[in-house]
Design a protein around this ligand. Sequence first.
Ligand SMILES: Cc1ncc(COP(=O)(O)OP(=O)(O)O)c(N)n1
Ligand SMILES: Cc1nc(C(=O)O)sc1CCOP(=O)(O)O
Ligand SMILES: [Mg+2]
Length: 231
Amino acid sequence: MTDFTDEELTLDPDFAARFERDMRRPPCQLYLISPPDIDAGFEDALKAAFDGGPVAAFQLRLKGLDEHAIARAAEPLQKLCADHDCAFIINDSMALAKRLGADGVHLGQGDGDPREARALLGPAAQIGVTCHDSRHLAMEAGEAGADYVAFGAFYPTQTKETQHRPDPSILSWWTTLFGLPCVAIGGITAENAAPLVRAGADFIAVSSAVWAHGQGAAKAVAEFAITLSKS
Ligand SMILES: Cc1ncc(COP(=O)(O)OP(=O)(O)O)c(N)n1
Ligand SMILES: Cc1nc(C(=O)O)sc1CCOP(=O)(O)O
Ligand SMILES: [Mg+2]
């Protein structure tokens, strides 16, 4: 029988912690964010995205439109999401999420209190909160009853002006200590997502890498599916 040294028989503590965490958490999933403005063709792009592979959640994030216009745009997209077993999340407005019967709302730090959203939307609603690069904001969001916390922007992005650049280790810290899911966002592509998945992201939130992919949204989602399964 082979003799192993003590060193060879000792499990790398980082590996052990990661293994233990990964056994407790489902695999990382894809969370799509809409482009900031859309046209009539967007419904086909979303259909294509669903054809490409699994999409756990879709956030309607239309900036600069009033709530009536967003509600009109939402209707076919919400139905498409329901048909594909994909959570339909409204950005910014708990009132609009309520009006549409959305599956949830994403709140930035200036978009309202998660407790108020919970009271308005009920226990089944998915309430997400932007936490930038802040452990403190994430713990506050968890205490306020959020269903997920979002960290970002991990990479440079043209989609939104951002002031924060967390290190991926914030995802490992969070997932080691807390059961609440965490989302990684900001400039994520199928090529740069792996370190965030390995660090513990429960969801990768993506906009331009899918909608502006040169070969279309189906190909983009298929590439993410490969990255997520391999990381
Ligand atoms: C999943 C997810 N994470 C972060 C954000 C950003 O929210 P916020 O800081 O409120 O900025 P806007 O998106 O409203 O410009 C998000 N929308 N989704
Ligand atoms: C909506 C949003 N929020 C961010 C944050 O850091 O909170 S970054 C971002 C943009 C995400 O789009 P893309 O995948 O195109 O970079
Ligand atoms: Mg917001």
